[in-house]
Design a protein around this ligand. Structure first.
Ligand SMILES: [Zn+2]
Length: 292
């Protein structure tokens, strides 16, 4: 079960991160994302060699380690393969420490420098920019910001959407209830645009691709609303700092998760403050949020 077909030229190599494969002609293909561990590069090569295919290009949905961690190793295996990345994500791929600077707000201490947050760097000159409307292969490049600044999805001519982390399979909401977003208002717009696109099949980066578009979008929107209501209920009782809110949600188990949730909670709070539903004040050196 190494390479599963979605239709007659679209395939997935399932794993912790699903790798997309789009066949071009008889012998070539395009890949979408690689996964966290460098070992994924060997698994991808094994799958392609079994079919006699060679990758012409590798596309990146966004600069998170579990999506581009094996890019460098794969390029060593296929030096001719072009790597494409969204322009906003390129700096984070050529200098992955930047993302940890974003999450922690400064140079992170050593224990925070774990592979999922600090994958191997790539040379920026080797990353071709992915620009909608200007892509030479028969895949549509769609801007889907929200999860990250330059998050990008890819649509095949047959209507299969590789949506990266723009949509999360609801099976993960039980263990990871807070959706990871950098910009919530952009994420809500992305949900709308995927809904109106209504692709035949959506392949999320994590989990199965069996859910219809409307169910997947609804589950993601419902989860955002569920968290938003929870935050407003907590802030109605008393003013809280971002860290106190995170603690009150009771969902954080370890340091990596703390950083990701802390950042995402910031996006939720920005959205609510901009909407006028939440206010903030500095009290004894703490930034406290409260329901308006
Ligand atoms: Zn991600």
């Amino acid at each position: 079960m190494e390479l599963i077909s979605v239709d007659n030229r679209t395939y997935v190599i399932p794993g912790g991160t699903n790798v997309g494969v789009f066949r071009i002609g008889e012998r070539d293909c395009i890949l979408i994302d690689t996964g966290l561990q460098e070992g994924m590069a060997l698994r991808i090569r094994r799958c392609l060699e079994a079919k006699g295919w060679k990758p012409l290009a590798l596309l990146t949905t966004h600069a998170h380690g579990d999506h581009f961690g094996a890019h460098g190793r794969l390029q060593e295996l296929y030096p001719e393969m072009e790597i494409y990345a969204p322009p906003e994500e390129r700096p984070f791929m050529s200098n992955p420490l930047l993302w940890l600077y974003v999450l922690y707000g400064a140079h992170p201490f050593a224990q925070l420098q774990v592979p999922v947050l600090l994958p191997p760097r790539l040379e920026e000159e080797k990353l071709s920019p992915l620009v909608p409307g200007n892509f030479r292969y028969p895949l549509e490049v769609l801007k889907t910001p929200g999860h990250t600044l330059g998050h990008t999805a890819f649509l095949t001519p047959e209507g299969v959407l590789f949506c990266g982390d723009a949509l999360i399979h609801p099976q993960f909401f039980k263990s990871y209830p807070l959706p990871l977003v950098q910009n919530l208002s952009a994420q809500l717009e992305t949900l709308k645009s995927i809904e109106s696109l209504s692709p035949q099949v959506i392949v999320p980066s994590h989990g199965s691709w069996s859910l219809p578009c409307k169910d997947l979008v609804k589950a993601n929107r419902d989860q955002i609303e569920f968290i938003m209501e929870k935050l407003l209920a907590l802030l109605k009782e008393q003013p809280l700092t971002r860290e106190e809110l995170l603690s009150a949600l009771g969902i954080t188990r370890e340091a990596t998760q703390y950083l990701l949730y802390h950042s995402s909670l910031g996006a939720f709070l920005s959205f609510l403050v901009d909407k006028g539903e939440v206010g903030f004040a500095l009290e004894r050196g703490k930034m406290c949020f409260s329901k308006v």
